[in-house]
Design a protein around this ligand. Structure first.
Ligand code: FES
Length: 368
């Protein structure tokens, strides 16, 4: 389409003189098939011709003034109905308020409000469709538009205005002001950076997660009762949810439990594949592992007795208890940390030490 800012596009690409354009009443013209001269638009010559809309068919309302009038009244009534619905919704909201604790008032308020709003929206929607179908004409119209590129005169004028603005403000000439302004703008976001930095944990999370309530001699107790567990209570195939002794007396016991929760189970000692240096970490086939999944920290709670697999229900990571809780499936990236255990003089299971690595999601210490 021809590009001009002083006339509309035309079949030949020439601007329509102002007088002629105005005589048309507006820039909206009846659609006529014509060729468009190239401008910024891509004009394809092999397009399937646009069939356009079928010609307007005369309706009952076009032929009979009485029916036209009746359709007009119907549309008006629908719009009035919408007004009534909206007013009703507001009135019902005020007249039938929600009374705390009274479910009946909630239901009544919601019902009446919903009815009012539905009436309000349906009235407008149906009225508008009815209006368009019965009373508006269906001729296809095309609105011609000016090209987007300004004329050379306009562009030259714009440059002139910018130059004048530069001269008047002294932005180009007063380099000291300009540079100090740029510096101020660059430094303005710095306080925001400092504020956002403060959203990070105050302490390094690695040591926080590395140290739990477990220490040498802490008894393993049942969760949640806190009853100590004897080695002889743990039969092959059984699994215990375990917390450290004394956890229930802690003030921040939920925080501590989130790090110290452990799963305890017994396998045949010959089924365990123990790496060098960890030979004493299990007691006669009884092993204890952190219950906090190394993916994103859900409690790993499903133990499959036959395969000795632990399953995390959140994203289905699976850990193989026969191979030191190695990940065999799922998004977790490292084994569950093992808690070294033994028994005390009374036969109760106790920790040999704290965990030797951070518990929970592995992103804190990815390089470790
Ligand atoms: S939290 Fe366990 S698999 Fe995602």
């Amino acid at each position: 389409m021809a590009q001009h800012d002083d006339g509309v596009a035309t079949p030949g690409g020439d601007p329509v003189p102002e007088a002629q354009n105005t005589a048309a009443g507006s820039a909206i013209q009846k659609a006529v098939p014509y060729e468009v001269s190239p401008g910024t638009a891509v004009v394809r010559t092999d397009n399937i011709p646009n069939p356009g809309f079928p010609p307007h068919r005369e309706r009952q309302t076009d032929l009979d003034p009485k029916k036209d009038k009746r359709a007009e009244r119907q549309v008006t009534s629908l719009f009035y109905l919408s007004i009534v619905g909206s007013v009703f919704a507001v009135a019902a909201y005020i007249a039938f308020p929600i009374i705390p604790g009274d479910m009946g008032s909630v239901r009544l308020n919601t019902l009446l409000l919903g009815l009012g709003i539905t009436l309000g929206l349906l009235g407008i929607g149906i009225g508008a469709v009815h209006w368009a179908k019965q009373l508006m004409r269906g001729d296809e119209l095309v609105e011609s538009r000016h090209g987007t590129r300004g004329s050379d005169t306009t562009r030259a004028r714009a440059v002139e205005i910018f130059t004048l603005g530069n001269q008047e403000s002294g932005f180009g000439r007063r380099s000291l002001i300009r540079n100090s302004l740029i510096g101020a703008l660059v430094l303005t976001p710095i306080p925001a950076v400092a504020l956002f930095r403060d959203l990070a944990p105050a302490e390094d999370p690695v040591p926080l997660l590395q140290h739990t309530m477990w220490k040498k001699g802490t008894r393993l107790t049942r969760d949640p009762s806190g009853t100590p567990i004897k080695a002889e209570d743990v039969t092959i195939g059984s699994a215990f949810h375990v917390i450290p002794e004394g956890l229930n007396d802690e003030e921040d016991r939920l925080e501590e439990k989130a790090k110290a929760a452990v799963l305890l189970m017994r396998l045949k000692p010959e089924d365990l594949n123990v790496s060098a240096g960890k030979e004493t970490w299990n007691y006669d086939g009884i092993v204890a592992y952190s219950k906090i999944c190394t993916h994103v920290g859900c409690p790993v709670a499903l133990y499959e007795q036959q395969t000795h697999h632990l399953l995390c229900p959140c994203h289905q990571s699976q850990f193989d208890m026969k191979h030191e809780a190695k990940v065999i499936f799922g998004p977790a990236k490292r084994p569950l940390p093992q808690l070294p255990i033994t028994v005390d003089s009374e036969g109760y299971l106790v920790a040999r030490s704290d965990f030797h690595e951070p518990v929970g999601p592995s992103f804190w210490e990815r390089e470790l």
